[in-house]
Design a protein around this ligand. Sequence first.
Ligand SMILES: Cc1cc2nc3c(=O)[nH]c(=O)nc-3n(C[C@H](O)[C@H](O)[C@H](O)COP(=O)(O)OP(=O)(O)OC[C@H]3O[C@@H](n4cnc5c(N)ncnc54)[C@H](O)[C@@H]3O)c2cc1C
Length: 314
Amino acid sequence: MRVIVVGAGVIGLTCAVRLREEGHDAHVLARDLPAETTSAVAAALWYPYRALPQDKVTGWSKTSYDVLCRIAETDPNAGVTMRWGTELLRVDREPPWWRSAVPVLEAAHDLPEGYAAGWRLPVPVADTSAYLSWLVTRLEHLGGTLTRTWLPALPTDGVVVNCTGLGARALTGDETLRPVRGQVVHVEQVGLTDWLLEQSDAAALTYVVPREHDIVVGGTAEQDAYDPRPDPVVAEQILARAIALLPQLASAQVRGHRVGLRPARPEVRLATEMHANGSPGGVVHCYGHGGAGVTLSWGCADDVVAEVARLSPQ
Ligand SMILES: Cc1cc2nc3c(=O)[nH]c(=O)nc-3n(C[C@H](O)[C@H](O)[C@H](O)COP(=O)(O)OP(=O)(O)OC[C@H]3O[C@@H](n4cnc5c(N)ncnc54)[C@H](O)[C@@H]3O)c2cc1C
């Protein structure tokens, strides 16, 4: 079955790869190429952040965890690495709602001053500068294509998968889809291996995600903010918060600044809509992954494959 996937972020590319693996003739159309998308800005730490509903997100995240672990083990070119890390908590609390998605989650010890508890767990981290290209290579190897095209509207016949992230707001009129702006600083690698997360301040969270050649330091989460320009004052604040927790970052040279708009929605939209004009096929929507697109990608792609199978003539 021919399938048009709209969007070349982590969601569109992963869906297209999974569709190809299941024998569909999937091709990707996108306004922005992978390196230009929000997905390219992601720290790409596996972590179910700002995405709902909890039960589905836990299932999708578990599937992605397993697939990304396998990729880390089997394909060194994919840019995926397993890394231990710590989430610091100001107040001790029950394990997170997504606990069943990960095989290991331990209590952290040796906490910095001011923290009551913490969790330590190993998770996959994708370096998006390598991982998105790897997904494109995999798509092409399976016979798929990626074409730059801006679509003023979604196609009105055939099987279409809508993976347009925040672009879905204009394409579908979905006003529940809103940006949550995130700013990060890239610094040189100074020998860090473990990630660190601290989100007691929801708007000014702190995360440090080491990659092979650099470290992503975040961040911010500003609802309804669209400005794509990095704010230098905010960058200083991000670095100061991170250095307070990891003093070895003080000597790290800054390599660059990035901003991305997370496509946030009350719940991820993964659902099929028939064409309004009665044409054969339909649209499988898959957008609204908030701050967890990488984390949800392989699980959502499996559900998209199931939705497409329901649309395909037997
Ligand atoms: C600072 C920051 C840090 C993050 N960290 C993490 C993290 O650690 N872990 C994690 O899992 N997630 C993280 N995220 C979230 C993650 O980046 C998003 O959830 C993810 O990128 C969403 O992917 P997507 O493919 O849906 O959208 P996008 O990457 O935005 O891709 C959308 C695609 O649709 C195309 N498109 C849109 N409209 C049209 C149109 N009209 N015609 C044609 N094409 C169109 C675009 O051009 C693009 O190709 C982070 C995000 C930010 C901003």
